[in-house]
Design a protein around this ligand. Structure first.
Ligand code: ZN
Length: 312
């Protein structure tokens, strides 16, 4: 048998098994790529059935593992938000899949527990998520498409409020000795985009056990992927990012501080945030309180989500 015939047979066999594995499932091809080391890295998600093409530009300090993990995390949150019954994430990143599967998170990368937490949320909401690993650059159509999107993201991708994992930053410092560049990078702004070092997720450090519902909600708020129109619009899940009050951007700060519809409902939460973090602008106050939310804050956020009839 000639080589070309052999490879055609292998391709046909692969196509057949792939179809069987993914029958009746919504497919999400995810990819991350480093196009230009100095500019940014790009994460992409492509779903042929949903006609969804997402391109995210991330900080150049983000590792490839974090970029791939972020794309996978985004795909899972879309599956949950759309209440899909069956979703298949197709990735060429074996390292992310193995790290998610293991109990051990060797680099303390916060994206790994975040993926585990949304997988649990998916399970509870009746969304079955499975993963398929495929080798990269083998001409698999969806995978090639995700790869092209990741490369296009440098020009037309959106910049999510993504936090560079501490472990990635340490690796960059080790490799490039960037101390001198910190001065140029306006240190305070730079550090607001970096998660604090921690061996364990924030809720492990609490003395009391808290409900999964609130862990998931706080995690979503911390990662800026939550159930309000501005966030959903960035993922192409709703057509309109505006609030029903007419404001063009329905995000969490609008709901807490500005929305006339929830002015009274947000009063206690607003007060608690201002007390816990008296100085700074609204975004830095909110970021500060949800980094380590007190029991009172957790309770108020949960009750405010109920007032808004939206599980953030
Ligand atoms: Zn509003």
């Amino acid at each position: 048998m000639s080589n070309s015939l052999l490879s055609a047979c292998a391709q046909a066999q692969f196509d057949h098994e792939f179809r069987q594995l993914t029958e009746d499932s919504t497919l999400f091809y995810t990819d991350g790529s480093k196009v230009d080391h100095n500019l940014c890295v790009d994460a992409s998600v492509f779903s042929p059935q949903l006609h969804a093409e997402l391109m995210h530009k991330l900080s150049p300090y983000t590792s490839i593992l974090s970029t791939e993990a972020y794309a996978i995390y985004t795909a899972i949150t879309i599956a949950i938000d759309l209440k899909l019954s069956d979703a298949t994430i197709i990735t060429d990143s074996l390292s992310v899949l193995e790290t998610v599967k293991n109990h051990h998170n060797p680099k303390n990368n916060y994206l790994i527990p975040l993926i585990k937490s949304v997988l649990e949320e998916a399970g509870r909401n009746g969304t079955s998520v499975k993963f398929i690993w495929i080798p990269s650059h083998r001409g698999i159509e969806g995978n090639e498409k995700a790869d092209q999107l990741a490369k296009r993201a440098i020009r037309c991708g959106i910049e999510p409020n993504f936090k560079v994992p501490y472990s990635d930053l340490c690796a960059v410092i080790k490799e490039k000795n960037i101390y001198t560049r910190w001065r140029i990078l306006k240190v305070p702004i730079f550090f607001t985009n970096i998660f604090n070092r921690s061996d364990k997720p924030w809720y492990f450090r609490l003395k009391t056990k808290i409900s999964r519902e609130i862990v998931v909600m706080i995690n979503r708020l911390r990662s800026n992927h939550y159930n309000l129109n501005h966030s959903l619009h960035r993922k192409n899940l709703v057509d309109d990012p505006s609030c029903s009050c007419g404001s063009p951007q329905q995000d969490i700060l609008h709901m807490i501080y500005e929305c006339p519809l929830f002015k009274d409902g947000a009063r206690f939460l607003r007060r608690a945030i201002d007390r816990a973090s008296p100085s700074g602008d609204r975004i830095s106050k909110f970021t500060h309180v949800i980094a380590e939310p007190s029991a009172l804050l957790r309770r108020l956020i949960l009750s405010f989500s109920k007032i808004c009839c939206r599980h953030f």
